[in-house]
Design a protein around this ligand. Structure first.
Ligand code: HPA
Ligand code: ZN
Length: 325
C-alpha cells in the first residue's frame, strides 16, 4: 500500500514532529520537557486533553523560523516515505510568532523554503491551512484570522480551527471565519470527534465550512449523514487517531466504511502521526485489513481527496497526473 500515491488533507505540523526531533531541540535550548516522553522516547499522554498539553509542551521547543524549516523537512521526509504526493498542513501563527504579523511572515518564509526544497527533492507538494486554536478563545482567533487574511494566496490556501472541541461554540468564531473567507481562503473546522453530530451541524451552519476535520460522529445521526452526502461536505477522517484516542476500540469499529457506503466524501489522514503511532502507509494497511479495501477503493479516495484540496487548479492538474501513474 505504501506504493499507492496518496493525498493527505489533515495533518497538524507540530503534531507531526518526530519525538526525537523535539527532544533534540529541547536539549539545544536547555528546555526541560522530559516529562512528555516515555522510557522509549515516544510521546506520553493519558487522553485527548492531556495530549493537547503535551502537544503544546512539545511545540515550546520550536522557537524560530529555522526550527520550523527543519521541522517541515523532517515531516515531509516521512510523508514521501508513505507515498504522499500532496499534503495540506495545519499551521498556527499562535505558535509561530505569537500572532505578530511580521514574525508570522518570517516563519512562513522559512516554512515555504523547506516545502519548495522537499517538492524539488522528494516530489511531495505541501500547502498550508492556518488554524486558530479553539481553547485560546475568540479574541486570539480574530488576530490569527488577520494573519491568515494577510498571507492568503497560492500557498496559504485555507483557514480552520483546532484545539479543544468542547470549549465554546462554532458561532463564537464566526468573525474569524468570515475574515478568512473574505480573504479568499477555503474553510474547514474540527467537529464531530469529541462533540456529537450536533457539533457537525453547528460547524456547517455557523461557519459555512466545506470540509470537516473528523466529523465521524455524524454516523450517530443518519439524517445528518444524508445531508453531508447531498451537500458534498468532505470529511477529513483520521482513523488511527480516533482508535489511538479511544473513540473506537479498533479499525473494524470505525465508521469510515459506513460513511463511504452512504455516499459521504471521506478522505484519509494521520492527524498527528507520531503521537498516534501511525503513518499514511499504516492507515492504508489497517483499512485494507479491516474492510478489505483494495487499490481501486484507495485510488477513488485519493481522487476524492484531491478534488477536495484547497490548492489552485494548476497544482491540482499536476497532482492528478501523479495519481494516475
Ligand atoms: N485535534 C485537535 N486539535 C489539535 C490536534 C488534534 O488532533 N492536534 C493539534 N491540535
Ligand atoms: Zn486534527
Amino acid at each position: 500500500m505504501s506504493g499507492l500515491p496518496k493525498v493527505e488533507l489533515h495533518l497538524h505540523l507540530e503534531g507531526a514532529a518526530p519525538p526525537a526531533f523535539i527532544a533534540g531541540l529541547a536539549q539545544e535550548k536547555h528546555l526541560d520537557i522530559a516529562g512528555i516522553f516515555d522510557a522509549d522516547g515516544n510521546y506520553r499522554y493519558k487522553d485527548f486533553w492531556d495530549f493537547l498539553k503535551v502537544y503544546e509542551a512539545a511545540t515550546s521547543a520550536l522557537q524560530s523560523p529555522r526550527d520550523y524549516q527543519r521541522l517541515v523537512s523532517a515531516v515531509l521526509e516521512q510523508s514521501a516515505a508513505s507515498g504522499v504526493v500532496y499534503c495540506e498542513t495545519f499551521l498556527s501563527p499562535d505558535f509561530c510568532g505569537g500572532r505578530d504579523l511580521g514574525a508570522w511572515r518570517e516563519y512562513l518564509h522559512a516554512i515555504r523554503e523547506a516545502a519548495d526544497a522537499a517538492e524539488r527533492d522528494m516530489g511531495v507538494t505541501l500547502r498550508g491551512i492556518i488554524t486558530c486554536i479553539r481553547h485560546f478563545g475568540p479574541d486570539k482567533a480574530r488576530e490569527t484570522a488577520r494573519c491568515a487574511a494577510d498571507t492568503a494566496g497560492e500557498w496559504i490556501v485555507g483557514f480552520g480551527i483546532a484545539g479543544d472541541e468542547k470549549v465554546g461554540a462554532p458561532k463564537d468564531y464566526r468573525w474569524a471565519f468570515d475574515c478568512a473567507r473574505e480573504a479568499g481562503l477555503r474553510l474547514t473546522a474540527h467537529a464531530g470527534e469529541w462533540g456529537g453530530p450536533e457539533s457537525v451541524r453547528d460547524a456547517v451552519r455557523d461557519l459555512e465550512v466545506e470540509r470537516i476535520g473528523h466529523g465521524v460522529r455524524a454516523i450517530e445521526d443518519l439524517a445528518l449523514v444524508d445531508e453531508l452526502a447531498e451537500r458534498g461536505i468532505v470529511l477529513e477522517v483520521c482513523p488511527g487517531s480516533n482508535v489511538a484516542l479511544g473513540l473506537y476500540p479498533t479499525f473494524r469499529d470505525h465508521p469510515i466504511a459506513e460513511l463511504d457506503r452512504r455516499g459521504v466524501k471521506v478522505t484519509i489522514s494521520t492527524d498527528d502521526p507520531p503521537f498516534f503511532h501511525t503513518t499514511m502507509a499504516r492507515e492504508y494497511e489497517e483499512l485494507h485489513k479491516a474492510f478489505d479495501w483494495d487499490d481501486g477503493q484507495f485510488r477513488k479516495i485519493a481522487r476524492q481527496s484531491l478534488d477536495a484540496a484547497f490548492c489552485d487548479a494548476d497544482t491540482k492538474a499536476k497532482i492528478a497526473k501523479l495519481l494516475e501513474a
